[in-house]
Ligand binder design. Structure first.
Ligand code: FAD
Length: 339
């Protein structure tokens, strides 16, 4: 394999219901940083139907170029047509890096594409960097870092002998670049022949779960409860606090495993990565797997009766006390302020 033939960074621009997903914009943001080190460009690859207008947003979010493949078979995600289309474009354009969101779609698509292209894939990365190769100082490799051994260590993985280097990155981890409509629109409409046997699954119906609460990844304020909440009957005080602050509730895995809070509210290594302006941890000890999902929050307040709880090590403000006294007192104060 002639590695020097492979140039540029590709970002798979995930879409659902013909809307580009936030994770794609985050990956473009990270891609731009990596592209600076590699002195190359970022190309977003969008697969869909009637999405030319939406494709422009990828340029506005910082992509130097967009490759857009329009096809009926790509309207709604299906494994085989997506793998075929992406494999075709990767083999043709030969990027040196391809990034995917570690969403349900990215986790299905990325390993299949990497197997067909015959390269490696590092899943669930939390950080990406560029470093010089140990043996060949001319060569620059992507350093892909992810939690390993149950989150107790961070492993940095490289793919020095094959290209492209592929990674999935968890939503919410990377920062979007500045979004501006002043960016040049540069879209290549790319045609892929879909073989007849490619569409081997037919989607008859899609049933959506109606979310009454805000998605925790989108919330600016999260009030998060752990095992210290003792039971689901005590969550209304967290909901009340969250409402007063214009946020929503989330939870540790202990609270989710106990069945007190639905799984989509879980923060952490096996839950979601969040980056709110304010994260209030109530009765959460601060296990490494929990911190992995929230330590990038702008401001962290921890309430715990154990002054040695590890959550205090990442907290901007730590309150040593009983949640059932502190939270009602906070609610009272906020109400006095007329919130
Ligand atoms: P605990 O550790 O039991 O802490 C409860 C805290 O509440 C204690 O610090 C206690 O002092 C405090 N408390 C009790 N009563 C009160 C009170 N009245 N007032 C104030 N404080 C009080 N965990 C996650 O959260 N997210 C993940 O994604 C995740 N993924 C994992 C993946 C793997 C592979 C593994 C092995 C573990 C994972 N975990 C995850 C589990 C993690 O290791 C911890 O077990 C979990 O985070 C503990 O949840 P907790 O802090 O709510 O409970």
């Amino acid at each position: 394999m002639n590695l020097s033939e492979y140039k540029g960074i590709f970002v798979f621009a995930e879409q659902r219901d013909r809307k580009v997903q936030k994770v794609a914009l985050e990956l473009i943001g990270k891609g731009k940083e990596l592209a600076k080190d590699l002195q190359t460009t970022v190309t977003a690859v969008l697969l869909g139907k009637d999405m030319l207008d939406e494709a422009k947003k990828l340029n506005y979010a910082g992509a130097d170029k967009v490759i857009y493949i329009d096809d009926d078979a790509l309207d709604v995600y299906m494994t085989e047509p997506y793998v075929h289309a992406l494999h075709t474009v990767v083999m043709d354009k030969k990027p040196e890096i391809v990034l995917f969101g570690a969403s349900a779609i990215g986790r299905d698509l990325a390993p299949r594409v990497s197997a067909r292209v015959h390269t490696g894939l590092t899943a669930d990365c939390t950080s990406l960097d560029i470093a010089q190769d140990d043996d060949d100082k001319e060569k620059l490799n992507l350093m892909m870092t992810r939690p390993a051994f149950g989150g107790n260590i961070m492993a940095t993985i490289a793919c020095p002998n094959f290209r492209p280097q592929m990674a999935t990155v968890r939503p919410g981890v990377m920062k979007e670049a500045e979004y501006t409509e002043n960016n040049k629109v540069n879209i290549e409409e790319y045609k892929v022949n879909m073989p007849a046997g490619c569409k081997n699954v037919e989607i008859l119906d899609t049933i959506k779960i109606i979310q009454e609460k805000m998605n925790i990844e989108d919330a600016n304020v999260l009030v998060s409860g752990g095992r210290g909440m003792r039971g689901p009957e005590n969550y209304p005080i967290l909901e009340e606090l969250a409402d007063l602050l214009g946020g929503t509730i989330s939870a540790s895995r202990a609270a989710v495993d106990a069945g007190w809070v639905p799984k989509d509210r879980q923060v952490g290594q096996t839950g979601k990565t969040v980056r709110p302006n304010l994260y209030i941890a109530c009765g959460i000890s601060g296990a490494i797997q929990h911190l992995a999902g929230m330590e990038e929050s702008d401001y962290i307040i921890a309430i715990n009766k154990d002054e040695y709880a590890p959550i205090f090590e990442v907290a901007d403000v730590g309150i040593v006390g009983d949640i059932f006294k502190v939270v009602p007192a906070l609610i009272e104060e906020l109400k006095k302020e007329g919130r």
